[in-house]
Design a protein around this ligand. Structure first.
Ligand code: FAD
Ligand code: GLY
Length: 387
């Protein structure tokens, strides 16, 4: 079939962007029987979602039991069934690893922060274990002897995010989702307060609903002929460095307030990451390398002896409040945003998919869950009308 013919049909949903967020939503909608087209400028899953470390760690960095914390914990708790379903559908393992995460304290301030986190999380009923430095080293012998104390988060897990992308692509296809790679969306077509479709490099595509999931590039999408509420999303670069030891180096994800080391099943170690506002530049830099390696070696000094085998950078999509932007706007009733997942898009993908699919299909059986987050993450909270 020629491109123009494919694009002539009217889809239930067009999803702009084939990262972990767009793919998870498309798969969920496909499962519910809707006709879905994903429009991806490059290859699906090759931007931030490919660069990530795959930590499913809502507890380790949380400051308080706010809506974002609960959203992260609920999404993490979906992962065991998400991983199982994806495996049954595709035979691809996303390598969900439930060993847990250690947060290591090296200074007095680190210790104070960790103690505060332990106290409020335990009060709120979440599992956290306090360890001495020696206990942390007994669990993970490569941890630095300078660790003064640690917290162990037994429910903060990890997945291999590149396997997750592969599984989502295969699963989405199984549910008849059409993935159009090398298809850039140039503009959204909106008439009055109704989205009609998109203009792409392969022609116009019509859809009853549009989902914007184009990551760090989401604010760049133009809207033809309309007033428009545009959430502001900016790119935040993260540089990552990858080592390959001869033997297993660690079992837990190892974090400090300044960096992290993620051990993969194939023995690779990912050391991350910078958090830089440098526009759309995805370069790996010497300064970034020094910063990440210094922080990783603080956690595990023996990392110094390992061969560096790879490095990369990705652009995290950050909204104005660093919380995701999810749902419809009041100006355009069938246009949905799923953007701004910043440092946690892998973690937040399953629950984001469920919530956006509920909004589109009008499903009410999880509406209690949806309602809880609708206000907190609504695009309306930064509404800005552009004539
Ligand atoms: P992306 O994966 O960037 O996907 C957006 C897609 O939209 C891209 O494929 C792009 O090509 C496409 N696109 C853009 N514009 C257009 C257009 N006009 N037309 C068509 N297609 C378009 N998260 C975690 O949960 N845990 C972690 O441990 C973690 N570690 C991270 C480490 C690093 C170094 C980085 C950079 C990120 C990390 N993240 C982590 C964050 C996570 O990677 C992101 O939040 C997540 O990948 C965002 O997914 P996305 O689908 O919104 O964006
Ligand atoms: N969540 C890890 C990172 O964004 O670097």
């Amino acid at each position: 079939m020629r491109n123009e013919e494919v694009f002539k049909s009217k889809w239930d949903v067009a999803v702009v962007g084939g990262g972990v967020i767009g793919l998870s939503i498309a798969r969920e909608l496909g499962r519910r029987g809707l006709s879905v087209a994903v429009l991806e400028r490059g290859h699906c899953g090759r931007e931030a979602s490919f660069a990530a470390a795959g930590m499913l760690a809502p507890q380790v960095e949380a400051e308080s039991a706010d809506a974002f914390f609960h959203f992260g914990c609920l999404s993490r708790d979906l992962y065991p069934s998400f991983a199982k379903e994806l495996f049954e559908e595709t035979a691809i393992s996303i390598e969900l690893d439930e060993t847990g995460t250690l947060l290591l304290a090296f200074t007095e301030e680190d210790e104070r922060e960790a103690e505060h986190r332990r106290a409020w999380q335990q009060r709120a009923g979440f599992e956290v274990e306090r360890l001495t430095g020696a206990e942390a080293r007994a669990l993970e012998p490569n941890v630095s002897p300078h660790a003064r104390a640690a917290l162990r988060f037994g429910h903060d897990w990890q997945v291999e995010n590149r396997q997750l992308i592969a599984a989502l692509i295969a699963s989405a296809r199984r549910y008849n989702v059409s993935l159009y790679e090398h298809t850039e969306v140039l503009a959204l077509r909106v008439e009055k307060n109704h989205a009609l479709g998109v203009e792409t490099t392969r022609g116009n595509l019509f859809a009853k609903n549009l989902v914007i999931a184009s990551g760090a590039w989401s604010s760049r999408l133009k809207v033809a002929d309309s007033f428009f509420v545009a959430p502001t999303i900016e790119p935040v670069r993260g540089q990552m460095f990858c080592f390959k030891p001869e033997e297993v180096f660690a079992r837990h994800v190892l974090c400090s307030p300044r960096g992290y080391i993620v051990p993969r099943r194939d023995r690779r170690l990912l050391a991350g990451a910078t958090v830089e506002r440098v526009g759309f530049d995805k370069s790996v830099t010497e300064a970034g390398k020094r910063f990440v390696l210094r922080n990783a070696q603080e956690i595990a000094p023996s990392l110094r002896r390992l061969p560096l085998i790879d490095s990369w950078a990705g652009l995290r999509p950050r909204g104005e409040s660093a919380w995701p932007v999810l749902g419809a706007t009041s100006d355009v009733d069938n246009l949905f945003y799923a953007v701004g997942h910043f440092r946690n898009g892998i973690l937040l993908a399953p629950l984001t998919a469920r919530i956006i699919a509920d909004m589109i299909t009008g499903r009410t059986d999880s509406s209690e869950l949806t309602d809880k987050f609708v206000k907190a993450f609504s695009p309306e909270r930064f509404q800005m009308i552009v004539a």
